[in-house]
Write a new protein. Structure first.
Length: 265
């Protein structure tokens, strides 16, 4: 191996070592995490729903200086037909969630807004709009009946299932600040027909007027068997004693008669 070859080998080893050192000291690549856009005043809430390609519904709440209340607006954008319109309404509390559904399965979407209510007998406000092209119609959402409201203190969980709006909430016992959760939940199912809502109670909790709670009481430990046995043994002993006395008496009577007969002879 000549001197020139040795120099080439030394240079190659030096280059490899240098690359290895660079790889060790190279700073890690930091991938920036996309942050959720921060809404600026006067906007409080925003959710975008895409019903179909090119058809968007942006739901926002706004109110400068408003503490959870203010107003809501639904911005409909139909980029295919180049149609844009706005639907607005008043809010008592902040928006909790927004849903898209076709509850009556007629091909026209319903935009459902769940918001808090300042009324402690309701705790929740639900706004429903059905859209037919560029036209929107507000639908009346039913309030809870007295039986459905029994033990209700808000904390609604709403979701869409099989073209139905489901509403579940915990049941409380008592009233005011002293009310305590029972651990039970009531589930309501909302259906839509001809732009009119119907409600069905799915779950059966003990606070419902039409539900019955079966209480199983364990049977007390019985002591009847040994008592009967003892009584039976006592009866058997008594019968045996009575029989023995009867035999003894009969034997004595027979002996007396035999003695009297012998004496007379």
């Amino acid at each position: 191996m000549n001197f020139k070859t040795i120099l080439l080998l030394v240079a190659a080893c030096t280059g490899i070592a240098s690359c290895s050192q660079d790889q060790k000291t190279a700073p890690a690549v930091v991938i920036p995490v996309a942050k959720k856009p921060v809404l600026e005043e006067p906007f409080k809430y925003h959710k975008m729903i895409e019903v179909s390609p090119g058809r968007y519904y942006d739901v926002l709440s706004w109110g400068r200086g408003a503490n959870g209340g203010g107003a809501y607006m639904i911005l409909r954008s139909d980029s295919t037909d180049q149609q844009y319109d706005t639907t607005t309404g008043d809010l008592e509390g902040p928006i909790q969630d927004v849903f898209n559904a076709d509850l009556d399965i007629d091909g026209n979407p319903e935009i459902i807004i769940q918001a808090k209510s300042a009324d402690t007998t309701r705790f929740a406000n639900v706004f429903v709009y059905e859209y037919n092209g560029s036209k929107s119609q507000k639908l009346d959402f039913p309030r809870l009946t007295p039986s459905q409201r029994k033990g209700y203190r808000g904390e609604d969980n709403m979701y869409i299932k099989d073209s139905k709006l489901m509403r579940q909430f915990p049941i409380y016992d008592g009233s005011g600040a002293a009310a305590k959760p029972t651990g039970e939940k009531r589930l309501l199912e909302y259906s839509l027909h001809s732009n009119s809502f119907s409600v069905r109670t799915v779950s059966s909790d003990t606070t419902s007027s039409n539900s019955k709670k079966t209480i199983v009481t364990p049977a007390p430990a019985t002591t009847q068997a040994p008592v009967v046995k003892k009584h039976s043994e006592r009866k058997k002993t008594s019968t045996k004693k009575h029989s023995s006395e009867k035999k003894s008496s009969h034997k004595t009577e027979t002996k007396k008669k035999h003695k009297k007969h012998h004496s007379s002879n």
